[in-house]
Design a protein. Structure first.
Length: 368
């Protein structure tokens, strides 16, 4: 394997490979424009251009951990040169680039995966199972407050949270994981109306505070709240269905079951103040799964053994589309229908990029 990009995540992945934490995978090359990172990997080939590593013959697969905008071009290049590809989240910055990248994956023998490590968490796996198997009945309401992505002012600098450098803020970077889990568990909504604070808590260009309201085809609604400027933050997911309520918070999963589905009870009861009887069932789980190691190990197993992927790259477009639609709704101050018009969003993003400083703006933007 080769690792392209030696920032925070790329360096971590390279170290894990070198230390043998990923069975049957060997780090043979790294690539970074900043050569200072090469000293930590003296035993492998090093390159300053991704094109050179991709054409070197030194790797069977690459892990792309560069700033978001370059995922598309590097991914396409690697796929077109026959390499297996694992790309960090998000797979691209906007929907059109996602489509371009996915279109380059034409050989089914090539493994193409995304680094959605939170899919390995047993809590989210169990929540998905309960929702998909119908234990909650028809889903009626989803509330997810995920504000434990707190970042200080020191975190932001250079390309981070700029339109030209990152293409967005909390939605594309931190909350990309939650947006992936959201669509993985519930599917995609039909409509979105959102309100995003641009530089609300930090001196940045992009969004760091988000409240989004969504509607699904079956009439269910969802509210997603996320921020990098709230401390102490929360991570509380509450799901209300016909058969009860599921709550995940502080590593506890509680299922409060209705003895009778709520709509059926409402229509059959003669008591205007009655409610279905319930029983609360704690669901015992521990730990948060293998995370990045598990995704990498699964990627290797897919290449060598044909194992199914935990996070196929083709599914990565959904979290990007959600992020784009939420921001677009806020910027346009109107409800956005899905599927998102990728061309319209791309044009809007180009306008934002044209005004970007490529560095944090020392101003506080109004909430939009």
């Amino acid at each position: 394997m080769g690792v392209i990009g030696l920032g925070n995540m790329g360096t971590t992945h390279a170290r894990d490979l070198l230390e043998g934490k990923i069975p049957r995978a060997e780090l043979t090359a790294v690539c970074s424009r900043d050569v200072s990172g090469f000293a930590a990997h003296p035993s492998v080939k090093s390159y300053t251009k991704s094109e050179e590593l991709i054409r070197s013959g030194a790797v069977d697969a690459v892990l792309i951990a560069t700033p978001h905008f370059s995922h598309t071009a590097i991914g396409i290049d690697a796929l077109e040169h026959g390499l297996h590809v694992l790309v960090e989240k998000p797979i691209s910055v906007h929907k059109l680039d996602c489509e371009r990248l996915l279109a380059a994956h034409t050989d089914e023998r090539q493994v193409f995966a995304a680094m959605f490590n939170q899919r390995t968490d047993p809590f989210f796996k169990k929540i998905r199972q309960l929702v998909r198997d119908g234990d909650l009945g028809q889903i009626r309401r989803i509330n997810w407050v995920v504000t434990n992505w707190f970042r200080t002012e020191a975190y932001y600098g250079g390309w981070r949270a700029t339109w030209a450098g990152e293409g967005g803020g909390v939605l594309l970077n931190q909350c990309a994981h939650n947006l992936d889990l959201f669509q993985w568990i519930f599917g995609m909504p039909r409509h979105i109306r959102a309100f995003c604070g641009l530089g609300h808590y930090h001196d940045i260009e992009a969004e760091d505070d988000v409240t989004a309201y969504m509607e699904f085809a079956n009439g269910a609604t969802a509210v997603l709240i996320t921020s990098t400027g709230e401390a102490p933050g929360s991570n509380r997911l509450e799901i209300a269905g016909e058969s009860g309520r599921l709550v995940y918070e502080n590593d506890e999963l509680l299922f409060t079951r209705n003895e009778m589905e709520m709509t059926a009870f409402s229509r059959s009861s003669t008591d205007g103040f009655a409610a279905p009887k319930t029983r609360t069932v704690p669901i015992s789980l521990s730990g948060h799964g293998g995370q990045h190691h598990e995704i990498l190990t699964n990627f290797v197993e897919a290449v060598l053994d044909g194992s199914p992927l935990i996070a196929p790259a083709v599914e990565g477009i959904h979290s990007v589309e959600l992020a784009n639609a939420i921001l677009f709704s806020s910027l346009q101050k109107k409800t956005i229908s899905l599927p998102l018009d990728g061309y319209a969003y791309s044009r809007k993003l180009k306008q934002l990029i044209a005004s970007s400083s490529k560095a944090p703006k020392k101003r506080r933007s109004a909430r939009r």
